[in-house]
Ligand binder design. Structure first.
Ligand code: EPZ
Length: 421
């Protein structure tokens, strides 16, 4: 197994190019199932989760020609509608094939995703909404069996809770349904906006894109023909590099980024004393004279993202004073706390609230990555720890950060990937 060896204390400088967004690319790859014609996706990040979902398409019978950041996908040849446990258990986002498979083929079987490090993460809202659209759903032997032999029927869906994946699944299902689907309390993340725009550019009428109420007029079973899609920049990768600048007191520039998508992170870093030069597609972060503490609560977009909570905790742990961080989306997304404390942080945890007392220095230690964003928080802390930190289980990082050690090395960090002896 690979691990990362990071020697802290180096200042960073230069420009880092932000990759395409994993969480935009995944639903877009799933949406290609709505078409029986070839479609090209560009600016895909080079990360394991993307390869996993593309592999699932080939297992269903789709044709995928994938190299670097580009994939040509032809789902005209799909012969199976079963998403097997072997793949879904590797990546929960595989559940995103449920809506499009059911909409296009009238039936499918998708393995239940099972446990997750950051919380229970049920899919009840996806299933309830599909049932409201006329699907018959049964859970048998660990699989969701979904049937709608006469097609899905548009209806009014009110999500009890805002769900990114649930909104994506229902937008895709609604695209081929009969009649109009209205989604109330829809998620508004930029990834959902891009998915809606992709489907709308294939001729499906969608109103309310970017708002919490989406109205979608389905094609009554007619497969779509997509234009090429260029994946939007990864706002969480961008936010993570801003945190790298903040924690190492460095000036760095992010290129190929959409500043509008990371306002919440920029605002919080500004309140901590950092300053910015923001252009249309680039951001330069200048370090704070003294990092100030921050209070933040994770909430749905455009609020502060849960996917940036761990990285901000690492930065707050070096600020002068006490920060309060509340996690509202996932009940167990604090696994990085004990690992950050191993590096010398002073974080006290009670339920969904962490009190972070800033310390002057971190000390290198052996630590373990527990989930994707927790892993990047450990990398940030290691960049400023005195000595050499080893981070194990970095397969979590490889799922969602494109060439993390290459990009950090180019910025001047002392970071190496090593193989366990
Ligand atoms: C997406 O997960 C992202 N994943 C996550 O990013 C992100 O943390 C999350 O949205 C929140 O922003 C992808 O886009 C692939 P949700 P998703 O459904 O869709 C509850 C990362 O690090 N819920 O919006 O699974 C759920 O338990 C990942 O890149 C139900 O109760 O998140 C959670 O508390 C991790 N029932 C809340 O809603 C349901 O049926 C929000 O989850 C569905 C969700």
């Amino acid at each position: 197994m690979d691990y990362l060896e990071i020697t802290g204390g180096k200042k960073l400088s230069g420009t880092v190019t932000i990759s395409g967004a994993k969480n935009a690319a995944l639903p877009i790859i799933a949406a290609t199932i709505l078409s029986d014609k070839p479609v090209t996706l560009t600016n895909l990040p080079n990360v394991v989760d993307i390869r996993t979902l593309l592999k699932l398409l080939t297992m269903l019978g789709g044709k995928v020609d994938h190299e670097n950041t580009v994939a040509l996908i032809d789902n005209g040849s799909i012969t199976s509608t079963k998403a097997v446990y072997e793949i879904v258990s590797q990546m929960r986002a595989s559940i995103l094939v449920l809506g499009p498979l059911l909409a296009r083929f009238g039936e499918c079987e998708v393995s239940l995703p099972g446990g997750c490090a950051i919380g229970q993460r049920p899919i009840d809202l996806h299933l309830k909404a599909l049932e409201a659209m006329g699907a018959k759903i049964e859970i048998k032997s660990g699989y969701v069996h979904a049937m709608a032999p006469n097609g899905l029927i548009g209806t009014r869906i009110i999500f009890d809770k805002i769900t990114v994946g649930g909104t994506e699944n229902i937008v895709m299902a609604a695209a081929l349904a009969k009649g109009t689907t209205t989604i109330i309390n829809a998620a508004k993340e930029p990834e959902i906006v891009q998915l809606c725009e992709m489907i709308a550019s294939a001729g499906v009428k969608i109103e309310g894109i970017g708002s919490s109420e989406l109205t979608i007029e389905g094609t009554d079973g007619k497969a779509l023909e997509f234009k090429n899609v260029e994946i939007i920049p990864d706002r969480i990768e961008a936010g993570t590099y801003l945190c790298a600048g903040a924690i190492t007191d460095s000036t760095i520039t992010l290129d190929k980024v959409n500043p509008n998508h990371i306002r919440a992170s920029i605002d919080k870093l500004e309140s901590m004393g950092c300053s910015f030069n923001i252009k249309e597609e680039s951001i330069t972060i200048y370090p704070a004279e003294k990092l100030k503490p921050v209070n933040l609560i994770t909430i749905e977009y455009p609020g502060f993202p849960t996917d940036m909570q761990a990285q901000f905790m690492a930065v707050a742990a070096r600020a002068e004073g006490e920060s309060i961080i509340e996690e509202r989306l996932f009940e167990n997304r604090f696994m990085h706390v004990s690992e950050l404390n191993r590096l010398g942080a002073d974080i006290w945890l009670k339920g969904s609230i962490a009190a972070v007392k800033g310390v002057e220095a971190f000390n290198a230690a052996d630590v373990m990555a527990t989930d994707l964003r927790a892993s990047s928080a450990l990398v940030l802390a290691a960049l400023v720890a005195e000595g050499t930190t080893n981070i194990r289980r970095i397969y979590h990082l490889d799922r969602g950060y494109d060439n993390l050690e290459g990009k950090l090395t180019a910025l001047g960090a002392d970071i190496r990937r090593k193989k366990e002896a």
